[in-house]
Design a protein. Structure first.
Length: 47
């Protein structure tokens, strides 16, 4: 299970591995910064 910076707030399902990807929240970011976060997320998912 991947969480995006909200690991403590997510319900825990036993038997699952959890990884928290601490990424910036998109609210308030400019378009270029938001795109950079999107690309980071896409690269991590692809790996």
């Amino acid at each position: 299970m991947i969480t995006l910076g909200y690991g403590d707030a997510c319900p825990v399902i036993s038997g699952r591995r959890y990884v928290d990807w601490d990424l910036p929240h998109l609210k308030g970011l400019g378009i270029d910064s938001a795109r950079a976060v999107r690309e980071t997320l896409a690269r991590r998912v692809a790996r």
